[in-house]
Every structure is written in structure tokens, then in C-alpha cells.
Design a binder for this molecule. Structure first.
Ligand code: 3IO
Length: 340
């Protein structure tokens, strides 16, 4: 009886040690949540999965990232607050969904003539590094990037600025003001609400980069694509500050080192994907690409130029050295634009 009791005690102890040992590797890894608003196959989520893979590899299993695409954790407009409050550790935001909140970085929404996502993404990242603007002081910025230049995708052909008059077109932020200055009727909403609005006919088109023709299948409903190569949409990937402060120095270094690389990777991915999406849309739906006349292009520059002056006034009132910021972005554009 006694021997049996000792044996049983040993067995219990052994099982407990085994459970403890097994639990060590699990508790050594920290899992961070990452919220993203658009569907999984769109570019903000493609870059999220790439970032996750690199972080998990480079931290050798210390950090695991649980990704939540398609607004499954936080939506387009509440990701900023949600990350500040700790509802998610990390989140991806489109700055144009928060008018007035980012007086400095909103410079990237202006019609500055960027022709690629890569050059705009690098300019945005370096702008942030240089000014470290206080508009982001309540979060840690991990990386930034920008969409490719925006164009009009519509159900009806827009062959001239005259055709745009009164047309309801979806955009956000300063890009809505660009549409307004061209005579369209802008309807501001996040990209994630656009499929339904197009379906219901609330809007007749959208103003964004061309890769969405494939990724949202917008080519099916918007057969006319008018090239404007207008402004880009700037994005930021932000982390909760308490989460950031809880990370070890070696993990912080991995994330810091990845910032610029990720901006460039995303730009390259986007620029290639725009080409692919256009080819796909032509083959599958026979979309028509429309170029505006020289005189309409000149008229566009003339009508949108005051938006730059407006931005200067608004950002200066919030303490931004507007002239210096614009000059900085122009110099980066010259540096990174593919020479033609
Ligand atoms: C965008 C946003 C979500 C998914 C794909 C996208 N491609 C371009 C954008 C930028 C944009 O239109 C926006 O609303 O942020």
C-alpha cells in the first residue's frame, strides 16, 4: 500500500514537471495582434503578412503576430483609437480617413506628382524620420507607405473634365477635395465601404490606385478607367505605446531596422501589382483606359494648385513648417522618382 502511494506521488510529480516543461516554450513567445481594415488580398494586408513573416523569422520565435484582415478586429476609422487604447497591439491606418489629425503627413495627399508607390513610400518614411511629427506622439510608428497614384474608375466614361461634372465619386481626405476642385461630387468613405456603395449606386466610381480593379474586382462594375495620376494615399502602421515599451531591446531593434525596408518592399509590390491588375482587367473585362487631353491635364493642375496653398495655411496654423516640409518632399521626389 505504502509503496503504491510513493509510486503514485512520483507519477503525479513527473506529470507536473512534464506539464511545466512543455509550457515554457509557449510562454516565452509574445503574441501581438495586428488589425487591418481591408480584405486579405489587398495590398495593406499583403504587406502585413510579409511584415509578420519577417518579424517572426528575425526575432527567432520570440514574437508571434496574429493578423486580423478585413476589419475583423478593428475597422477603418477606429483602428487609430483602438491601437491607442490597446484593443490591438498593431494597426494599419489610411491617414486620409482622419482629416485634420495628421497636419504634417497629410502633405502626401496633395497633388505633388508622384508617379509610383515606391517613390512616395520612401519619401513619406523619410519625411516621418526627419520631422518625427507630434501628430503621432501617442503611438509608435513601425513603417509607412503610400498607394500608387490615384485615377478615376467609373461606371460611365469620363473622357473629359466636363464628363466629371456632378459625378458622385468615392475618395477620402484631401483626395476628396481634389475631386471637388475638378467639378465632381466627392463622397468620402473608407475603401472598405466602397464595394457596397458602388453596388447600390450611391457612387458611380472611385478615386484610388488601379490595383483595386483586381483586388476588389471593381473592374467588373467600373469598366472605364481615366488616368489622372493624381495624389497618393499615405498609410501608417502603428503600435500601442505600452506594447512597444514592453518589448526587449533586441526585438525593438528588429522592428526599427525593418521600417524603411518594409516601406520600400510595399512600394515595389504595389507598383508591380498595378501593372498586373490592369492587364488582368483588360483580359477579363475589356476595360477602357482613357487619357485626358493636354488641355484638360493643364486645367487639372491649375484647379488643384490652390489645395497646396490651403494645406500650407491649415498645417501652419498647427505649427508645421509648411514650406520646409513641402521642399523636403519635393527633394525626395526628385531623388526617388524613376528618371524618364
Ligand atoms: C487602398 C485602401 C485599401 C485597400 C486597397 C487600397 N488601394 C489603395 C488604397 C488607398 C485608398 O483609396 C484608401 O482609401 O485608403
Amino acid at each position: 500500500m505504502r509503496i503504491f502511494c510513493i509510486f503514485r506521488c512520483c507519477l503525479v510529480a513527473l506529470v507536473m514537471v512534464a506539464i511545466f516543461a512543455l509550457s515554457i516554450p509557449a510562454s516565452a513567445a509574445t503574441t501581438l495582434s495586428y488589425a487591418n481594415f481591408p480584405p486579405a488580398k489587398t495590398f495593406p494586408c499583403v504587406q502585413m503578412e510579409r511584415w509578420k513573416t519577417e518579424v517572426e523569422k528575425r526575432t527567432a520565435g520570440k514574437i508571434k503576430i496574429q493578423t486580423y484582415p478585413g476589419s475583423t478586429l478593428l475597422g477603418a476609422k477606429n483602428t487609430l483609437r483602438g491601437v491607442m487604447a490597446g484593443q490591438a497591439d498593431i494597426g494599419c491606418i489610411s491617414l486620409a480617413y482622419h482629416p485634420g489629425v495628421f497636419p504634417l503627413c497629410s502633405v502626401m495627399e496633395l497633388p505633388l506628382g508622384f508617379t509610383s508607390s515606391t517613390s512616395a513610400s520612401l519619401a513619406l518614411w523619410e519625411l516621418f524620420q526627419k520631422y518625427n511629427p507630434k501628430e503621432f506622439k501617442r503611438v509608435k510608428v513601425l513603417t509607412m507607405f503610400a498607394s500608387a497614384p490615384s485615377n478615376i474608375m467609373s461606371k460611365v466614361p469620363v473622357r473629359s473634365l466636363a464628363d466629371l461634372k456632378g459625378l458622385e465619386v468615392r475618395a477620402s481626405g484631401i483626395l476628396s477635395s481634389i475631386l471637388d476642385s475638378l467639378g465632381a461630387t466627392p463622397v468620402s468613405m473608407p475603401m472598405s465601404e466602397t464595394p457596397e456603395s458602388l453596388q447600390k449606386g450611391v457612387v458611380k466610381g472611385l478615386f484610388s490606385s488601379f490595383e483595386v480593379l483586381k483586388d476588389f474586382n471593381f473592374a467588373e462594375i467600373c469598366r472605364y478607367e481615366t488616368e489622372t495620376n493624381a495624389a497618393v494615399y499615405p498609410f501608417a502602421v502603428i503600435m500601442n505605446l505600452r506594447t512597444w515599451n514592453s518589448l526587449s531591446d533586441d526585438v525593438k531593434k528588429v522592428l526599427t531596422d525593418l521600417g524603411r525596408e518594409q516601406a520600400e518592399w510595399t512600394g515595389n509590390y504595389m507598383d508591380k501589382h498595378v501593372e498586373e491588375a490592369l492587364k488582368w482587367s483588360k483580359e477579363k473585362y475589356g476595360i477602357e483606359i482613357i487619357k485626358l487631353s493636354e488641355s484638360d491635364q493643364a486645367e487639372m493642375s491649375k484647379r488643384t494648385a490652390p489645395l497646396i496653398e490651403d494645406w500650407k495655411k491649415i498645417s501652419s496654423a498647427k505649427g508645421v513648417d509648411a514650406e520646409a516640409v513641402l521642399n523636403f518632399v519635393e527633394s525626395k521626389k526628385t531623388k526617388y522618382e524613376p528618371s524618364r
